[in-house]
Structures are given as C-alpha cells and as structure tokens.
Design a protein. Structure first.
Length: 447
C-alpha cells in the first residue's frame, strides 16, 4: 500500500509538474500582492487581470507590461515586481536550496531532481553546488551593475538613483527588460555607460550559469566543455550578425535619419544583445519591417540553457544547423569540435523547435482574432506572440491595449515559454516507459 502511494506521489509530483506548479503559485502570490491598494501609486488597486499579467511578466522575466511600472505602481509595487523578477530569473528551486541549507536540512534525491529540472542540468550530480554558485554569481554581477549605474545616475536623480540602479541591474541580469521609464532606455540611446553596463548584464545572464562557471574554472578554450564552446560560438555569431544587419537595415529608415552615429551604432549593438530581454533604445514600432522580422528571429532563438533568458535556446539552433549541414554533406553523424552529438539530442532539438514554432503561430492566430478590432496588420500580432513566448518583452505597442482575452492569452504564453514547451508537455502528459520492442523499418519519400 505504502509503495503504491509512493509511486502515485512520484507521478503526480514529477519534476516537470513541480516546476510548472511552482511558477503558478509564485505568480498567484505576486498577483495578490500587486492587487493591494499599497501596490498602486494612485491607491486604486489593479484589476485581477492586470495584476496577473504583470506578475506573470515579472516572474517569467518577460518585460511585457500593461501598466507603467514606474508611474502606475508605488515603490511597494515596484519592489514586488523586483522580487518576482529575481525569483523567476534564478528559479524558485534555487531559493529553496538556500533556505534548506540555512536551516541545516539535507537535500533529498527527489529535491535534487527538482533542482536539476529547474537549472536544466543533464544529471543530478553537483546540482546543489551549482544552485549555490548561481546565487554567488548572480548577486556579484548584480551588485557590480548596481554600483556602476548608481554612480552614473546619482548626479541626475540623487537619492532615487539607488533604487533605479538596483531595479535595472536586477532586471538586466535576469533578462526581464522591465523598466521604471515608459520608454525603457531610449533617453540613454547614446550613453556608453548605460548601454555598456546593461548590455554586459544582459549578455552575462543569457550565457547560462554552467557556462559562466566553466569559464571561471578553466579560463582556456581547449579545456572548455562542448556545451560552453557551442554556446559561446553561437552567441557571438548571433550577436555579430544581428548588430550588423540591424545597423545596415536601419540606415535606410527615414525615421532614423535624425539619429547621431553613436545612437545608430550603440542602438544596433544594444538591440542585438537585448534579443533575450525587453530593454530597448530604439522605438521598436518605428523600425522597418525587415528589422522587426529580424528581431523576431533573434527573440525566438533567445538565450542559452540554464540561463535567466528563454526562447528555444542557442544550442537548439546550433544543433539544427549542424544537422542540416551534416545531411547536405552526406555525413552519417552530426559532429562539432571533434565530438559526436547523439540522435536523442538532435530529436529533442527538432521537437523543441517545432513546438516553439507551433505555439507562436497558434498564439498569433488567436491574438489576431481577439484583437481584430484594433489591429489590421498581422506583423504586430506575430511580434507580440513571439515576444511573449520567448520571454523577451519587446513590443510594437500592442500590449498596453490588449483586450481581456488577449491579456489572458499572453499570460499563458509567457508562462509556457518560461517553463519550456517540452516541460509543459511532460507536465501535462504521462511520460511513456522505454519501449522494449521496435517495429520493422520502412522508408517514406521525403522532399
């Protein structure tokens, strides 16, 4: 009897379901706090739907907003948003590890499985140590970013500079993109300190804690793991291609002719880095459609596994590209840096890509129907759906004007994008046991 109960408990509280359920609980708690009159600058509490949307956007480190965080929320409300960003970015299981260790409690194997799922690690080995280092790394970078931003903003804002610096440093490292200004960081489009600091925090947060630890421990390219090499190469390629194309495309944009060269150069670089967060120094709605489409592709790819960002991840795209190259060249195996990639990982990358594309298109189609009275162009709808799924937070201006159905739709999309399509699928379905037999093989025509 006890064995049956244990098996049932294991099925009901699998790592995938626990991770999904934990996010739901955190979001609901955040929603309740944001609905308090004290969280509103005017004293009028937010509606349930607006509070739910903002709590989800913060906990899922997205950055989409239906209210002005700096103008509509009080300092208490802004602090709640800040805490949700921190918990959502680092993972609630990471905070649970810290609490357990502070109380002197032992981390069980089942809890290690939860941590493994939360940090997207291949095995449970070393996950507790990794969770501790997540705190050390995150707070070290956030403290450094806060100090730099405080020094830069103190002459301009005085005593308010500390909270401004802390909020934007935490949001940047966690790739949240929520800002205390309604126009994000557009007022600092040519400021090298702001652009450099925020870009560095976003970039470091998007690499993943496993990569940061690997770099810190080994220092040399030859000693890096295959995962670290793939992440670094893919990230820098995307950054370089994105910045170059955005700069060249926007040279032809009539609305950007008044920009100075520093604004053009910093803007192209910043938006390419910010593909994983929702900060912006260019008005996204005034960009050329080509730039907007390029940003959608970059957003969809997103950050790297085990990072504070989302998307289908850089390694997924890298494996897909390597697979295509291998098939074209007639190779039997997919290999990179003298290492062979397993078929299981390739299939997982294909499934994740297809699930991501399907989810974005389904949300975009549904959104085009719910917002049909105010949007006649499909591009803003597709952009918003991609931003919500990839937890990016960039917007062409549609989000603040969403209908109740649209807000609810993007709320679910943000949560699914943060947890991950595969995790959601595993949480909602029962994993199949390993097959003990195989069917006869037969070919079908392809292409």
């Amino acid at each position: 009897m006890e064995e049956g109960v244990s098996v049932l408990r294991t099925k009901l509280f699998s790592p995938s379901r626990t991770l999904l359920g934990g996010f739901v609980v955190i979001i609901l708690l955040g929603t309740g706090l944001l609905m308090l009159p004290a969280a509103s600058a005017s004293g009028q509490p937010l509606s349930f739907l607006d509070a739910l949307f903002m709590a989800t956007s913060a906990a899922c480190v997205t950055g989409l907003a239906v209210v002005d965080v700096g103008g509509d929320l009080s300092r208490f409300g802004q602090t709640i948003v800040l805490l949700l960003i921190q918990i959502g970015g680092l993972g609630f299981m990471t905070f649970a590890v810290l609490i357990f260790l502070m109380l002197g409690k032992k981390i069980s194997f089942q809890q290690r499985l939860y941590i493994q799922e939360s940090l997207q690690q291949p095995t449970v080995e070393g996950v507790v140590r990794l969770a501790i280092w997540v705190f050390v790394i995150a707070f070290a970078f956030q403290a450094a970013g806060t100090a730099v931003l405080f020094v830069r903003w103190y002459p301009e804002y005085g005593g308010e500079a500390l909270f401004l610096a802390l909020f934007h440093a935490v949001a940047a490292f966690n790739n949240a993109g929520l800002s205390l200004w309604p126009d994000s960081l557009m007022r600092y489009g040519a400021d090298p300190v702001i652009n450099g600091t925020v870009s560095a925090l976003v970039f470091l947060g998007s690499l993943g804690f496993t990569v940061l630890m690997d770099i810190g421990q080994h220092h040399r390219w030859s000693r890096f793991s295959l995962h670290t090499k793939v992440v670094l190469v893919t990230t820098f390629v995307l950054l370089g291609i994105g910045a170059t194309l955005l700069f060249l495309i926007e040279l032809c944009n009539p609305s950007s002719q008044t920009m100075t060269w520093p604004e053009r150069l910093w803007g192209a670089f910043f938006q390419s880095v910010s593909r994983t967060s929702g900060f912006y120094t260019w008005d996204i709605g005034t960009l050329l459609p080509t730039s907007q489409l390029l940003l959608m592709v970059l957003m969809f790819i997103g950050a790297s596994p085990g990072s504070t960002g989302s998307g289908i991840k850089t390694t997924t795209v890298a494996l897909l590209v390597l697979t295509v190259i291998g098939v074209i060249r007639g190779r039997r195996d997919v290999a990179v840096f003298q290492r062979r990639i397993s078929q299981e990982q390739i299939m997982r990358a294909v499934v994740l890509f297809l699930l991501g594309i399907s989810m974005v298109m389904a949300v975009a189609l549904a959104l085009s129907f719910t917002e049909r009275e105010q949007v006649t162009d499909f591009l803003p709808v597709l952009f918003e759906a991609t931003s919500a799924f990839s937890n990016n937070g960039l917007s062409m201006g549609l989000t603040p004007h969403l209908s109740p159905a649209g807000k609810l739709l993007l709320t679910v999309t943000m949560m699914a994008g943060r947890v991950g399509p595969l995790t959601v699928a595993f949480a909602l379905t029962q994993r199949q046991r390993k097959e003990t037999y195989r069917y006869p093989e037969e070919k079908v025509l392809i292409g």
